[in-house]
Write a protein that binds this ligand. Structure first.
Ligand SMILES: NC(=O)CC[C@H](N)C(=O)O
Length: 314
């Protein structure tokens, strides 16, 4: 199957958009609260766009490897839903945007019943880590890793041990969130074991090509177009995509929905996973972040492409 007209059109203009967006990186900051992330190159910017026929357009720093961080939360949510079902999962995490920062503890004490607002903020994702099936933290993490490998079609995907250790050694805030959840009875397992699973899945290392492939499975309702295999039940893809629209870009999700209009999830290492439903999986990386924790240049690049190709779902 030859390149579609739209893919050709994207290929023709993507470099120009990317170089324009790259200039914005100077206005942001690389995350350094996880010390190991602080070394990332601020000006890096890459994008990979993959269609159902296996054609891809890539531009910029596409071979740059980074850790998934919060992007992993979309897929641990899906795995928890596959392991436990909706009723169980949503008895422990809510379905609403919090409007606060991703690592906030504010509402946990203010709003009854003290469950995290949604599975994409840190508190919610830590609870989700505790719901993954497995005899111990090692087995839980290995199940998550093999799920990520399956979705990305990359069996070399692995954890970055330095980033994991760096986060684990400095995560005082996430630790306090987790102990608070334990005290509330929302977490029932050993807190350190749960946090180990959470830090390890955040530290899985990936490229924007891998992200595009994972996004394409979501764009295709849970089916891997390369093999025709249904990897995720359609209902759980629907739930994940809805959370991506309402909470995926933290407390900038409303603005992103207006400016770009696609389901997306970002991470503090500068990655963004997004998709044009039914058509493309997209992975972006640009480590320089705006104050809300999203890639400055990455968001700008997606705004330009969405406008040029009329991708907004709304
Ligand atoms: N926003 C993020 O990407 C946060 C993930 C990071 N591991 C943390 O817990 O702080």
């Amino acid at each position: 199957m030859p390149f579609t007209e739209e893919m050709n059109a994207i290929r023709a203009c993507v470099n120009e958009h990317l170089e324009e967006s790259r200039k914005l990186a100077a206005h942001g900051k690389v995350a350094s609260y996880i010390p190991e992330l602080g070394a990332a190159p601020r000006e890096a910017l890459g994008i990979s766009i993959l269609d159902k026929h296996g054609h891809s357009v890539t531009a910029g720093d596409c071979s740059f490897l980074f850790t998934m961080q919060s992007i992993s939360k979309v897929f641990t949510l899906i795995l928890a839903l596959m392991d436990r079902g909706e009723d169980d999962v949503f008895s422990k995490v809510g379905k609403e945007p919090s409007g606060d920062n991703f690592n906030s503890m504010l509402k946990l004490e203010l709003v009854e019943p003290g469950i995290p607002f949604n599975p994409l903020i840190n508190a919610g994702a830590i609870v989700i880590s505790s719901l993954i099936r497995g005899a111990d933290s090692e087995e839980k993490y290995q199940r998550i890793l093999s799920f990520f490998r399956d979705l990305s079609g990359n069996d070399k995907l692995d954890g970055n041990t330095e980033v994991y250790r760096s986060e684990s050694a400095t995560a005082h805030r996430n630790r306090s969130l987790a102990y608070f959840l334990k005290d509330n009875g929302v977490l029932t397992d050993d807190v350190e074991e749960v946090l180990e699973v959470y830090f390890r899945h955040c530290a899985v290392e990936i490229s924007c090509r891998d992200l595009a492939r994972m996004a394409l499975v979501l764009a295709c309702g849970g089916t891997d177009p390369a093999t025709g295999r249904q990897i995720i039940p359609r209902r759980y893809v629907q739930i994940a995509k809805t959370f991506m629209v309402t909470c995926g870009m933290y407390n900038a999700s409303g603005e992103f929905a207006i400016q770009v209009g696609l389901p997306a999830k970002s991470g503090v290492s500068g990655g963004i996973l997004t998709m044009v439903p039914g058509r493309f999986g997209i992975g972006v990386v640009g480590p320089s972040l705006n104050p809300k924790g999203n890639s400055v240049a990455g968001v700008h690049l997606l705004e330009s492409l969405s406008r040029e190709f009329d991708w907004s779902m709304f």
